[in-house]
Ligand binder design. Structure first.
Ligand SMILES: Nc1nc2c(ncn2[C@H]2C[C@H](O)[C@@H](COP(=O)(O)OP(=O)(O)OP(=O)(O)O)O2)c(=O)[nH]1
Ligand SMILES: Nc1ncnc2c1ncn2[C@@H]1O[C@H](COP(=O)(O)OP(=O)(O)O)[C@@H](O)[C@H]1O
Length: 227
């Protein structure tokens, strides 16, 4: 069986993590995981962790590390037969350390996008809340203005994407991401991509992953359950 591949994608809000993850998942057949989707699934299913997480999200806060790890790590441990790419986790150094002791990552993609570019993109971003599908009025507009391509339902703009909230979000990302990036750098698995356009960054990510994702191998790797 092919060797499994585990990767994380990091970057400030609006850096293109969602867009690039989708391309990677399609091109390389990895399962795309998103911490936000996990949380939303748990909220919908009314699990203990979901109920707890909801109280933070409703206040616009990050979910505490111990809730996040309780929610996510068991799911990762179950994925012994899938290669995956995680978007949205780890978001703090404590989460990175917990992930570290659960499974070995092969690669971390860090997106480094100028502030002005992020600001422009997010103020133009519209989402379909039920599915998480993301549109940008310039880059990938919906077929019908203001409507989701698949369901035809209305698109909305998140409060977080409004200019007042953005500066604080971007500053917060820088502070929190720095030690995580340093950790992955020291492990030799960090790959940083800089630029203003996803379409220009993509060929570099594509060729890196083409060299890293093996087509066949004798070994199978597993996430080790936490003690
Ligand atoms: N103009 C332009 N827009 C782009 C480009 N790449 C992505 N976008 C758009 C799609 C979205 O409307 C917005 C942000 O992209 P994503 O939602 O993929 O970013 P990300 O997942 O990092 O954001 P998040 O952490 O969910 O806030 O920018 C690009 O190269 N040029
Ligand atoms: N790794 C994480 N640690 C803490 N909270 C998280 C994490 N991932 C997601 N969340 C919470 O879930 C919310 C939705 O996550 P997500 O879908 O990634 O959207 P956003 O673009 O708002 O970060 C976040 O705003 C945050 O409150």
């Amino acid at each position: 069986m092919a060797k499994l591949f585990r990767a994380v994608i990091m970057g400030p809000p609006g850096s293109g993590k969602g867009t690039i993850s989708e391309r990677i998942a399609q091109r390389f057949g990895l399962t795309r995981l998103s911490s936000g989707d996990f949380i939303r699934e748990n909220i919908a299913a009314n699990t203990d962790a979901g109920v707890l997480a909801k109280t933070y999200i409703e206040r616009g806060l990050l979910v505490p590390d111990h809730v996040m790890t309780r929610l996510l790590l068991p799911r990762l441990e179950e994925m012994t037969r899938h290669s995956w790419l995680m978007d949205g986790f780890p978001r703090t150094l404590a989460q990175a350390e917990a992930l570290n002791s659960t499974c070995d990552l092969d690669l971390v993609i860090s997106l480094n996008i100028p502030y002005e570019t992020l600001k422009e993109r997010l103020s133009d971003r519209w989402i379909h809340p039920a599915s998480g599908r993301v549109y940008n009025m310039g880059f990938n507009p919906p077929h019908v203005q203001g409507r989701d391509d698949i369901s035809g339902e209305p698109l909305i703009q998140q409060d977080d994407d409004k200019p007042e909230a953005l500066v604080a979000r971007l500053r917060h990302y820088k502070d929190v991401a720095k030690p995580i990036i340093d950790l992955y750098k020291s492990k030799g698995i960090l790959h940083t991509f800089s630029g203003t356009e996803t379409d220009r960054i993509w060929p570099y990510i594509n060729s890196l992953l083409s060299t890293k994702i093996p087509s066949t191998s004798q070994t199978d790797t597993q996430c080790i359950p936490m003690p």
